[in-house]
Design a protein around this ligand. Structure first.
Ligand SMILES: [Zn+2]
Length: 204
């Protein structure tokens, strides 16, 4: 309610052209068909490559910009498919959440779900403290237990994971493994941006 009132008083402006209405206007960031990649048994769809305006938007989200979260959540909501019934955002560490004022993955999942009357759940809890940092790709693959599942009943539920950016897919794979251990079916993910794995990593 307060957000809506603030939007009326101070409408969001496009981070690219400064036009009023949305933090990502359709002229600067036109809606296109999602990119697709399969990794670790998960079909990952992304709104765009991690580049240009989309890269700026993800960085701004990580800096705690709620107007960007709203714009990205709306775009993700528009990209949902019939199979995406139940969304679970990838949580971030407590330190990052405190610094940003929100949890990016969880907020995007909530906003996307609310656009289309779906359900979003905080089924994952960030358990380890930046365990992936400084690891090689091979080490990341064997690093286990970054997340814990929340107490909610997940058995038999088909879940779509939601996150801001996907680099190698190991974070999604780790989240999927945790949820699968509780009986959930995790074969799909929707992210804002997909990095080119062949280029340098480090977006996450
Ligand atoms: Zn614009």
């Amino acid at each position: 309610m307060l957000d809506r009132a603030l939007d009326l008083l101070f409408p969001p402006r496009c981070i690219c052209c400064n036009a009023s209405g949305s933090a990502l206007c359709l002229r600067c960031a036109p809606a296109t068909a999602p990119l697709r990649r399969i990794a670790f048994g998960i079909e990952i769809r992304a709104l765009a490559p991690y580049d240009g305006l989309w890269r700026r938007a993800v960085i701004a989200l990580k800096d705690g910009r709620r107007d960007i979260a709203a714009a990205l959540g709306e775009r993700l909501g528009a990209a949902l498919q019939a199979e995406d019934r139940y969304l679970v955002g990838i949580p971030t560490s407590a330190v990052r959440r405190m610094r940003r004022g929100f949890d990016g993955g969880e907020l995007l999942a909530q906003l996307a779900a609310s656009c289309d009357g779906r359900r979003a759940s905080r089924s994952l809890i960030f358990a380890a403290r930046d365990r992936q940092r400084g690891r090689s790709r091979a080490e990341r693959l064997v690093a286990r237990g970054r997340f814990r599942a929340a107490t909610e009943i997940l058995a038999g539920t088909s879940i779509t994971l939601v996150d801001d950016v996907c680099t190698t897919g190991t974070t999604l794979a780790d989240a999927a493994r945790t949820l699968r251990e509780h009986g959930a079916i995790v074969e799909r993910a929707l992210v804002v941006a997909l990095t080119d794995c062949t280029r340098k990593r480090g977006a996450r």
